[in-house]
Design a protein around this ligand. Structure first.
Ligand code: C2E
Ligand code: MG
Ligand code: MG
Ligand code: MG
Length: 287
């Protein structure tokens, strides 16, 4: 079953400790070392604007370049980082690094950063963001903060207050993994999000499940009526891409369009041409 322990902001489908093969205390110590010795890296996955057929920006995705285990995905360590509170300094690093990187790209490209509910409640997210915006010098509206529905499960008043403060800075707020929470439509009432990202499970269901097409189309309609952008995540086939385009999604993201890319590959891509009209399909995530 998906990892859903109340405060986890992340949906993972395998027990992370089994895969990484160490106990929780060891992993916590390793994470502290990783932060100190700079073992974290950001990968960036392009987001395709379905109106202009150009990339609108990139989502920053955290990776851990572990000295023995290679490139470790977030599902293997973020749940423990959330439980131990280490997600706060790690998340601060992600924000600083992501904004600094985006500052090197052409100015129309956006940067999306995932933020854990633990950061919204316990961290000093607003201060971190203010400093990172100033240090990078990028326009505030280029920054998008992605939160999941789990922020509403605990301390939701405090989380909403933080979201309002972030919004007041002029950054955009996206609701990630939409449709997988307990009260998906209720969350849309609770906060005026700039964007809904429908979860990839609904996109995968297009191939098989009865009714999936109707649900996927209804979410695009809800977004349009609420004046929100809508992103379809997890696009793996041309048929899925055609489907979400026809349904009216404003953006698409997934392995068909591009895998998450290392920093240097993104730099080459964004300067290869102004418009980047042809999304590359051949990038492979290393590791
Ligand atoms: P997410 O924010 O929903 O990110 C999308 C995830 O789906 C990424 O996994 C991405 O690599 C993967 N993905 C993209 N396209 C496809 C596709 O076509 N098919 C499939 N099967 N998967 C696709 P990743 O990078 O392993 O990240 C997993 C989750 O970890 C993210 O889900 C997000 O919740 C969390 N995460 C990643 N980076 C950060 C971070 O810096 N901070 C926090 N708090 N959470 C993060
Ligand atoms: Mg995300
Ligand atoms: Mg998602
Ligand atoms: Mg997800």
């Amino acid at each position: 079953a998906a990892k859903r322990d109340g405060r986890g902001a992340i949906r993972c489908f395998e027990p992370e400790l089994n895969r990484i093969g160490v106990d929780r205390r060891r992993l916590e110590a390793d994470l502290r070392r990783a932060l100190e010795f700079g073992e974290f890296q950001l990968y960036f996955q392009p987001i395709l604007n379905l109106r202009t057929h150009a990339f609108s920006g990139f989502e920053a995705l955290l990776r851990w370049q572990h000295p023995e285990r290679g490139l470790v995905p977030p599902c293997d360590f973020i749940p423990v980082a959330e439980e131990t509170g280490l997600i706060v300094p790690i998340g601060d690093w992600v924000i600083r690094e992501a904004l600094a990187e985006a500052a090197r790209w052409p100015g129309e490209l956006k940067i999306a950063v995932n933020v854990s509910s633990v950061q919204l409640v316990r961290g000093n997210l607003v201060t971190t963001l203010v400093h990172a915006l100033a240090a990078s010098g990028i326009a505030h509206e280029r920054v998008e903060i992605e939160i999941t529905e789990s922020v509403f499960l605990e301390n939701s008043d405090q989380s909403l207050d933080t979201l309002r403060q972030l919004r007041a800075l002029g950054v955009r707020i996206a609701l990630d993994d939409f449709g997988t929470g307990f009260s998906a439509l209720g969350y849309l009432l609770a906060f005026p999000f700039d964007k809904i990202k429908i979860d990839g499970t609904f996109i995968r269901a297009l191939d098989s499940a009865e009714g999936a097409e109707t649900i996927v189309a209804a979410v695009a309609d809800i977004g349009a009526r609420l004046m929100m952008a809508t992103t379809a995540e997890g696009i793996e086939t041309a048929e899925q891409l055609r489907g979400v385009h026809a349904a009216g999604y404003t953006e698409a993201q997934g392995y068909l369009i591009s895998r998450p890319m290392a920093r240097d590959a993104v730099r080459r891509l964004v300067f290869a041409s102004d418009a980047m009209p042809e999304p590359p399909l051949e990038q492979r995530e290393a590791g």
